[in-house]
Ligand binder design. Structure first.
Ligand SMILES: *[C@@H]1O[C@H](CO)[C@@H](O)[C@H](O)[C@H]1NC(C)=O
Ligand SMILES: *[C@@H]1O[C@H](CO)[C@@H](O)[C@H](O)[C@H]1NC(C)=O
Ligand SMILES: *[C@@H]1O[C@H](CO)[C@@H](O)[C@H](O)[C@H]1NC(C)=O
Length: 405
């Protein structure tokens, strides 16, 4: 008996001893000047190296104040769990010519990473936005993303702010089990290509209680994304919450398992959107569910757009070969800024299947009359309240197909 009861106690003791013994690497101890606006790049990299090599849980601390930071890659694998707590404001170089890569702060190959703190990642994007020419040409200049997570697993990002990124604010690539909670993302509504959080080729990504005001999609979900939960997100200004665009490139992976719930979307160009390019290679997007969404003055509140072609960049009007299935929109309520409130424009080659629409109540107060719902190549299952009557309007002709960016 004695032996059996002592063992758990010993394990518990070991556990508390190890969590209590965590290493704190304050960047001011690594040569970062205490003064305001000093360049902390080298100090941050040194602090990361020591923390990452520690065999106990460790923390890199960036204290309050304004600090200049050039591009950094904070790379694993680390020997134990690691937290980066940013309480200050980090400023990127304003001139994009001073930045050579596509990421300002990059976390790469790290397991058990926490990024926390009351601090701000200020991308100082104003100068760069004037140089963005992606609406004019496809081979446009690549500007740095504020924060990149490449191959990060079992991570948590909480409380921090991303401000005025030059391009996407946050990019998630090849990650597994990464949660964003209580994050703030801010950029002007007219800043180009400043998606809030972009997810691609990742599994188990959660975005919880997060506020996003930006110039492009609040959240965009690219190919190879699986098991995503988005709850308690406020979005706007911006272009809404989007799956896609899909089908622009060969060898894209399926998108599957998306749950968007209890979100509020305000004043955006689009609301809940699934977009695929025409003439695409084969692909699939399935098991995507949107529920309990409040809309305030939102353009194209519910839209499947399989003829997505911003700035007339596509070479062909041939149908998309992305198969969309198992999609539901439930309890979507509020006001639209465009007459077309529910648009389901599916591929003529591969119609959408298993689409369910229930309890839709979207009002439009424009001179053309009440809200409408336009559908093509889809026969949704409809239940509950229907304002507007779902798919009651004639199918959109190619020239009247939705124009959304
Ligand atoms: C996901 O990551 C969190 C945060 O590091 C961790 O607590 C949790 O156990 C992980 N979940 C799984 C299923 O591994
Ligand atoms: C819904 O989201 C809001 C944030 O927009 C949050 O405050 C609230 O607790 C959430 N409600 C539920 C039931 O999750
Ligand atoms: C459709 O989505 C639901 C809800 O996520 C899921 O339980 C179900 O397995 C999916 N059905 C198919 C055929 O994928």
């Amino acid at each position: 008996m004695g032996k059996i009861s002592i063992l758990p106690a010993a394990i518990a003791l070991l556990f508390f001893a190890s969590t209590a013994r965590s290493l704190v690497c304050d960047i001011t101890k690594y040569g970062a000047g205490g003064g305001t606006s000093s360049d902390i790049t080298q100090a941050l990299v040194s602090a990361w190296k020591e923390a990452c090599a520690a065999t106990e849980a460790s923390k890199v601390l960036v204290p309050a104040g304004t600090h200049v930071l050039r591009e950094v890659v904070l790379e694993g694998p680390c020997k134990s769990s690691i937290e980066v707590q940013v309480d200050g404001t980090l400023q990127a170089p304003a001139d994009p010519a001073q930045m050579k890569t596509d990421g300002w702060v990059v976390f790469r190959g790290v397991d058990l990473l926490t990024l926390s703190g009351s601090g701000t990642f200020d991308g100082q994007g104003k100068t760069a936005w004037t140089k963005n020419d992606c609406n004019l040409k496809t081979d446009c200049v690549t500007l740095p993303i504020n924060i990149r997570f490449d191959s990060v697993t079992n991570g948590m990002v909480k409380d921090i702010t991303s401000l005025d990124s030059k391009q996407f604010h946050v990019n998630v690539l090849n990650c597994k089990n990464l949660t964003f909670q209580h994050v703030t993302i801010t950029a002007p509504g007219d800043s180009p290509n400043t998606d809030g959080i972009h997810i691609g080729r990742s599994t188990g990504i959660n975005i919880i209680d997060t506020g996003i005001k930006t110039g492009d999609d609040c959240i965009s979900i690219g190919d190879g994304s699986e098991q995503m939960t988005i709850t308690g997100v406020t979005c706007g200004p911006g272009h809404g919450i989007s799956v896609g665009s899909l089908g622009k490139y060969p060898n894209e992976q399926p998108v599957t398992g998306l749950h968007v719930k209890n979100c509020t979307i305000t004043g955006t160009m689009n609301g809940l959107r699934i977009k695929t390019w025409p003439a695409s290679p084969a692909g699939t997007a399935s098991d995507m569910h949107f529920e309990d969404i409040t809309l305030d003055n939102v353009g194209n509140p519910v839209i499947i757009d399989q003829q997505y072609c911003p700035w007339n960049q596509c070479k062909s009007k041939a149908p998309s070969h992305i198969k969309i299935s198992n999609v539901s929109f439930s309890r979507i309520r509020g006001t639209s800024s465009t007459q077309a409130a529910v648009t389901l424009a599916c591929s003529s080659q591969l119609p959408c299947t298993e689409v369910e629409i229930s309890d839709i109540d979207i009002a439009y107060h424009g001179p053309e009359g009440p809200a409408t719902s336009v559908c093509s190549n889809v026969k949704p299952t409809i239940s509950g309240k229907q304002n507007p009557a779902i798919c009651a309007s004639a199918a959109a002709s190619p020239t009247a197909s939705p124009v959304s960016q």
